[in-house]
Structures are given as structure tokens and as C-alpha cells.
Write a protein of this length. Structure first.
Length: 512
């Protein structure tokens, strides 16, 4: 099965997709006049200015839920894999795709806000919704929704739970095994998978508000703690940092593993980590309560910075400074081998060894705990995305039990991923990721050439800032933006979009 997955991925993640991601990011950076740079101060202002309602979550909560999807296994195991297969130069390309991807994140998140809907007392939106409304092609929206359900409901959660299982096993595993009908698995991983299932079931049957509340507390705290530890390690080896940065930049263009490997792994793991272009971030952006769609697009662009330029860089510096990595060459050969050949570059082992060299006895445990929280909240974010797309599909097929099937399927693959090999889990995850990237990036490019709604929204927001308005407003009809039904009803006062009458507090499950 592993060979089949790798063969399919060689087509899905061909150089065409790699350069499409970079090209789209550069294109939108130019078209928005580098919104990710010009609006950096505004990102901070907007981050803490939003409020939540019964129907929507605040900008900070939306960022936290979005970061729970972005800050995960990709920041620890993904960075290790990028170095392990693409060399240190792959990190440079992770930086490039993050910087350019911030503009892509603005576009897709603003589109999600413009075309969001109110469904059962909460806001819903995402690529499936804006593809249908802008392109006028329901089939493309349905196709994307199905691909996203497969990706976030079955493929990507497996990667997160696998990394949790490997990290916990590396830190706490005794090496004991339990004989089962399908083979031998470490008891630690089976126990870990069982505990994850219990916690996952409790939260996903509690609704999106519970997910937002959980992520709002856990993600910022763990990200800060992780960055602090990384800064301590870098500070203790500060004299080596200039050489490490030089190595990253130098290997990006003349890498030991070949230019193609560096850029390929850098972009692939960069997109996996920061999610810009995946089509996952817009789902969280649509759930936010804001006065103008461009505001949430700007906030979501900031999340890409936090993910890659902060957290991923912290991981890369720790690994490279401590030399806790190998670089694979052709076949079984190594271009650089500092660790045992049996260590899987797709696992969190590189990062655990890096921290362990500076904090012996606690480093591996700290990374295991950090990864547990990062990956677990990412699984929750994936669940919310899958649920949103199930809700979209239900508009056409009207089978409410689909939501239950999706939840049970998610829980099953999470357990399966926990006890399986890292290579297979990452291969399946890459396959799911590639499907949605292709559909989303191509779709938003077509949208741009049809009507440019996200660009129009940005210009409108900037004009209102320039005019010094006391309260921002979005009038899609005035701007020539069609099918933005939510905002039209809100403007006309026919939808109580800001205060809602929904009484769900997040204690009861939402059925869509």
C-alpha cells in the first residue's frame, strides 16, 4: 500500500503543483500590493478588536482555531522531514512559501467571509461555498467538499495522531508490545490511541464553540512555551546561528540534495504547515464575527507568519544548531548522517533529539507533550472543516446521519494512524493535502479573473480606513459583488447577523 500511495503522490505533488503554489502566492502578493507587509500593524489591531456572538466567534478565537490547524505536526515532524529529505535549504523555501502564502491566505479567507452563510444558528463558509456562488458551478463546490471531507476527515488526521503516538512512544514507551490479530504494536501507542479517542469524542460531540474555547486556551500557551524553549536553545548556541542561517540560504540554491529536492520538500511541507492555499483556513475565517470581510482576511494572513516564520523556524534552528538530523540521498544512502539510520525523518525524533541534547532527561518529554497538544488541536480543526463540508453536501442530499458517519470515520482513522508507520501516514496525508490544494488554488485563480471580490473588498476597507469611519460596513451591491447574501441581508436589516437568537452555548452537539 505504501508503494501505491507514493506512486500516486508523485503525480499529485509534481513540480507543476509546487510552482503553482509559489506562483499563486507571488501573483496575489503583487495584486494586493503585498498586503502581508503593508497591513502588518493592522493585523495586531484587528486581532484583539473583534467580539464573539451566539452565531460567530471572535477574530482571536478564529485565529486560535486556525492556528490549531496550522500549528501542528507540520511544525515539528514536517520541518524534520523537510530537512531530512531536502537538506537545510528546504527551510528557505518554507520561508518563501509562507511569505507569499500570506497573500493567498488573505484572498481565500476574505472570500470565505464574503460568501459565508448562517446555518442552524452558526456561521458556515469555505471554498465549496464561494466556488458555487462566484463560479456559478455547484458541481465544483460539491467536488471540493467531497475532497475536503476525504482529506480532513480521513487522511490528514492520521498524520497528526501518528506523530502523537511516535512522540509519546519515544519519550515514555517501554518497548513492550501487545499481540493482536493484525500484528504487534507497542502497548504505549495503543494506550495513547485509546486516550486520544476518548478526549476527541468528548469535544467533537460538543460543537464548534467548544472547539474554539479549547483552542483559544491551549494553542497560544503551547506555542509560546515551545518558542521560549527554542529561543533558550538558540541563545545557548548563539555563535552558531549566523552559520546556520548562511547554510539554509546557501543550500536553497546549491543544495546538497539537489535544487529540486530542496524546493520540493520546502514547498510541500511549507504548505502542509501554514495551510495557505489548502482551502482549510477559510472555514475558520468564515466563522468569525467581523464588520468587514477584509478584516478577517488580514488576521488570517498573520497566522501564516506565526506558524512558519516563528514556530517552524524555531524547530529548524534547534535541529540544525544541535546537528540532530540526517539528510537522505538516493536509495539507502545518506548525504549527512548524524543520527542512527533507523530513525524515520517523518517522525518527531529529530526535534526530540535536538531538545534532549540541551535539556537532557526532559527534552524528549517536552516535545512529546507539545506535540500532543499541537496535533490534537489540529485534529479538532480538521473535524470542524470536515463537518462544515458535510453541512454543505447536506444542502443537496439531505442525509443528516452523514455527520455521525464522518465523526465515527474520523475517530477510526485517528486510532489507526496512531499505531501505524510514519511513512504510510504521511504518504496518505500528502495525498489528501494535494487534492485540496489543486482544487482550491486553481479555483481562486479562476475567481480572480472573473470578478476579483477579495481585491475589491480590500480596496473598500482601505478607503474606509483612509476616510476615518467610526464603524466599518460592507455593501456588496454597491461594490458590484454578487451573491453575498449574508452581507446584503445584514445591510438591509433582514438578518440579525451580529447578535443572533441562537441559544446553543456549545454544551450540546450541533447536528447539521
Amino acid at each position: 500500500m505504501h508503494d501505491l500511495v507514493n506512486a500516486i503522490n508523485s503525480y499529485v505533488w509534481s513540480p507543476v503543483l509546487i510552482y503553482l503554489c509559489l506562483g499563486a502566492g507571488l501573483f496575489y502578493s503583487v495584486m494586493t500590493r503585498f498586503v502581508q507587509v503593508r497591513m502588518f500593524k493592522e493585523m495586531w489591531v484587528l486581532l484583539f478588536s473583534g467580539t464573539k456572538t451566539d452565531k460567530g466567534i471572535s477574530s482571536f478565537q478564529a485565529l486560535s482555531v486556525s492556528l490549531s490547524g496550522r500549528v501542528g505536526t507540520g511544525n515539528i515532524s514536517g520541518v524534520a522531514a523537510a530537512i531530512g529529505f531536502g537538506g537545510p535549504g528546504a527551510i528557505f523555501w518554507m520561508w518563501v512559501v509562507a511569505f507569499l502564502g500570506a497573500a493567498t491566505a488573505y484572498i481565500e479567507s476574505t472570500l470565505a467571509q464574503i460568501y459565508k452563510e448562517e446555518d442552524n444558528g452558526q456561521y458556515r463558509g469555505g471554498p465549496a461555498y464561494y466556488f458555487e456562488k462566484v463560479l456559478g458551478q455547484k458541481w465544483y463546490g460539491i467536488l471540493f467538499a467531497i475532497a475536503m471531507i476525504i482529506s480532513t476527515g480521513l487522511c490528514l488526521p492520521m498524520v497528526q495522531s501518528n506523530s502523537i503516538g511516535n512522540a509519546i512512544s519515544n519519550a515514555f514507551g517501554s518497548g513492550s508490545v501487545v499481540e493482536t490479530a493484525v500484528g504487534s504494536f507497542e502497548f504505549t501507542k495503543i494506550l495513547c490511541g485509546t486516550l486520544i479517542l476518548i478526549a476527541l469524542g468528548f469535544i467533537i460531540f460538543g460543537g464548534v464553540k467548544r472547539i474554539a474555547a479549547f483552542a483559544q486556551i491551549v494553542v497560544p500557551f503551547m506555542a509560546l512555551a515551545y518558542i521560549i524553549v527554542a529561543c533558550v536553545i538558540v541563545a545557548l548556541n548563539i555563535t552558531e546561528l549566523p552559520g546556520i542561517i548562511g547554510q539554509i540560504v546557501g543550500d536553497a540554491f546549491t543544495p546538497m540534495a539537489g535544487f529540486g529536492a530542496a524546493i520540493g520538500w520546502g514547498v510541500k511541507r511549507g504548505v502542509y504547515s501554514n495551510e495557505a492555499g489548502q482551502g482549510t483556513g477559510p472555514h475558520h475565517a468564515a466563522a468569525a464575527e467581523v464588520d468587514h470581510p477584509a478584516q478577517q482576511g488580514i488576521v488570517q494572513a498573520f497566522s501564516v507568519y506565526v506558524d512558519t516564520l516563528f514556530v517552524c523556524s524555531a524547530t529548524a534552528f534547534m535541529i540544525l544548531i544541535t546537528g540532530a538530523y540526517n539528510v537522505h540521498g538516493n536509495g539507502d544512502a545518506f548525504l549527512i548522517q548524524n543520527l542512527a539510520a533507523t530513525i524515520d525523518a517523518n517522525s518527531p525524533a529529530f526535534t526530540q533529539y535536538a531538545v534532549e541534547t540541551t535539556l537532557p532527561g526532559v527534552g524528549g518529554i517536552f516535545i512529546a507533550i507539545a506535540l500532543l497538544f499541537f496535533a490534537f488541536t489540529t485534529i479538532l480543526a480538521y473535524y470542524y472543516i470536515a463537518e462544515t463540508n458535510v453541512a454543505y453536501i447536506n444542502r443537496f442530499v439531505h442525509i443528516p446521519v452523514l455527520s455521525l458517519f464522518m465523526k465515527l470515520g474520523l475517530m477510526a482513522v485517528v486510532f489507526y494512524g496512531t499505531i501505524n508507520t510514519a511513512s504510510l501516514a504521511w504518504g496518505i496525508g500528502d495525498l489528501g493535502l494535494g487534492m485540496t490544494v489543486w482544487l482550491n488554488v486553481v479555483g481562486i485563480l479562476i475567481i480572480f479573473f472573473i470578478s476579483k471580490p477579495a481585491i475589491i473588498a480590500l480596496k473598500d476597507y482601505e478607503q474606509q480606513r483612509k476616510d476615518g469611519v467610526s464603524a466599518y460596513a460592507f455593501n456588496p451591491e454597491k461594490l458590484g459583488i454578487k451573491n453575498a447574501d449574508f452581507w446584503e441581508m445584514r445591510l438591509n436589516g433582514t438578518a440579525n447577523a451580529s447578535s443572533g437568537s441562537n441559544t446553543d452555548s456549545g454544551e450540546n452537539p450541533k447536528t447539521v
